[in-house]
Design a protein around this ligand. Structure first.
Ligand code: SAM
Length: 232
């Protein structure tokens, strides 16, 4: 019988936020897998679950998903990784692929899930706590309350329109992938007459060097940076 692929959301950084279900599946599976952009770069998601899983008799496998700007390179790379996963599944091995936060929030995992499922294998997605949910709880802020709505948008120079529309239309905005765009977010808030105190930076939440606080333009922000804007 073919193996099954699990996509395991492991939360944003704190091992204590991994669900019991995720831990049990990781301990029961044959292979713990993690996606990387560059071979050998390691995985924050794998480091989060490492203390919870008995890795003695398990295979640990990295699967490369390049972020090459060329579409065809990314597609080929993905197909190669999926072929290799199918080889393991054909051997009857269950694979648990870990992914940061929740698999449904900007994670490559869901593409892999579809590709594996289209090839006729069984798959299951196990939710994790998204980074912005943990960040809002550390900040002591409700993501939305009463009749309010919430927009979750990724930010980059090319899609600043999406952020602008979200700021115009929603009471609460979660800005993902904000690390290079803090000055742009500040500029946009100011141009709309919004007070900067309405923005909270959520940086490396659940990790050793966590910062959750106001926007500080003199700070360096790494990849794990999200901004929560609450208009009221
Ligand atoms: C590819 S997305 C992955 C999102 C993830 N699946 C989730 O549920 O949060 C990467 C973005 O998620 C956010 N992120 C992930 N982990 C984070 C953390 N520990 N602290 C703050 N933001 C984080 C950042 O905005 C980062 O650029």
């Amino acid at each position: 019988m073919a193996g099954k692929l699990y996509g395991i959301g492991v939360g944003p950084g704190d091992t204590g936020l991994v669900t019991l279900k995720a831990r049990d599946i990781l301990n029961a599976c044959d292979i713990v897998a993690y996606p990387v952009k560059i071979p050998g770069e390691g995985s924050v998601a794998f480091d989060i679950v490492r203390p919870l899983v008995d890795l003695k008799d398990k295979r640990i496998e990295e699967f490369v998903f390049t972020m090459d700007p060329e579409d065809s390179v990314r597609v080929n790379c993905r197909a190669k990784a999926v072929d290799r996963m199918c080889e393991f599944l054909d051997m009857g091995m269950d694979i648990a692929m870990v992914t940061l936060g929740d698999p449904g929030v900007y994670s490559t995992y869901m593409r892999i899930n579809d590709m594996i499922s289209e090839r006729g294998y069984e798959t299951e997605v196990v939710p994790g706590i998204p980074s912005f949910c943990h960040g809002a709880s550390v900040a002591g802020l409700p993501l939305m309350i009463g009749e309010e709505g919430l927009a979750v948008v990724p930010v980059a120079k090319e899609n600043s329109r999406l952020l602008s529309d979200a700021m115009d239309e929603f009471d609460n905005i979660v800005v993902m992938k904000a690390f290079k765009s803090i000055p742009m977010i500040v500029e946009m808030m100011e141009s709309k007459g919004m007070d900067l105190s309405k923005a909270t930076v959520i940086c490396n939440v659940g990790m050793e060097d966590e910062y959750v606080g106001p926007i500080d333009l003199d700070r360096e922000y790494g990849y794990f940076t999200t901004v929560l804007i609450k208009k009221r």
